[in-house]
Design a protein around this ligand. Sequence first.
Ligand SMILES: [Zn+2]
Length: 444
Amino acid sequence: MNLRWTGRGSARVFCPVCDAEGVQPAIAKVRVEWQRRPVVVVRCATCATVVPSAVLPPDAAYQGAYWDWDNYVEQSAGVEVLASMLALVDAPPGSTFLDVGCGFGFGLDLAVRLRGWDGIGLDPSEGADRGRAALGQDIRRVLLDPAFEPGRTFDVIFCSEVVEHLRHPRPVLAEIRARLAPGGAAIITVPDATVISPDRPLTVAEPALSIGHHEFVPTIDGFRSLFEEAGLTAEVWSRGTNLVAVAAADPTGLARLRRDGVAELRDLAEYARLHVESAPTDSPLAVGMAMRRVKYLAYDGRIPDAAAAIPALAAILRARYGIDLAQPDTIAVDGGPVPAVLAGACYFAGLASCIVDQDPLQGDRYFRAAARSGRAHRQQFDRYFDPEVGRFAMEALGELASLHAPTDPARSRTALAELDQIASDCGDRTFADAYHARVDPLLI
Ligand SMILES: [Zn+2]
């Protein structure tokens, strides 16, 4: 693990929230490949914003060695999280929509396809070109600044996980304010500084910090103060590991807030299906959407439908990677790198075998393949680069332990021991505790 909590050392930093500049004591240090000295992480003494001592140059941060767009599209893009953010605002179909810093453009694509909004996405990175080609949406490779379509305003503006990348966040918030139509609302999210703490799992603290990528991580008060300065009225709250704000320039805009708005898994499964059917079979988008479709159906409690969606996922994995999901004993056996989706694909195939096909032997093969895929991922990145991969590996091992507990307690204990190891690697015992509670009573 590259992050180390320590009070030793200090760094001179500039705080993008309160503009304080000075030497501050370290709260953590992070080893990185792109500079010799570790990055020092400090907490601003004035406003408690978390600030790292260095970031990657912006032209390097979203390409090459430091960002993998294919993996983002296949595995790490939080499509369901983006959809849940978009559900926080009530706006009828046909409303105009702007996604600021849209990256690949899933937020824009969801706004158009799930909400019926009429949208544009802006992003300065290579993701804009990739997303425009793959999603067919109006995505432009530019920043939001006064030169973008002067005078044009929007009913809904979305800016998710962008502000923390800016050393100077105020100009973008001022521009968002200027681009809100009368009665318009903005949905703006950032990671929450309170999760960057030794008493939170590293799988939570590390992505919030995203060393190299994030210029700062604000507290709820700091985030709120940026809106006030921009002339926006905002409701700000913490949600999971993020801070979420719905901001407006007038009361009509703020009245659009639907704090209990949710994205239905049924709609997300349908959204994923649409892409599975239209994306080229060997594309990252096909892999990512076939996997997400199975996941959304399973999480919606529709295990038979999830099982019925697995052959499409298998065909896509075969086309893109030459992997045969129908032969679990051949998956991740040589210890080399595997696609990140494989742990999840094997885990859900195992559930389908046990629950739908009533074939626990086949389930056992898939759960073991999921665990091997998780191990290969851990080996490739020296950690669970995507926490969901660790989660699927843990769930697969928990299912293995449950499966063998009545007949082969030794095997069950071995699976639990490996589950405990991953829980310790990830700094998160949620799944380990749940499976121990289920399996331990059977192992007396
Ligand atoms: Zn500060």
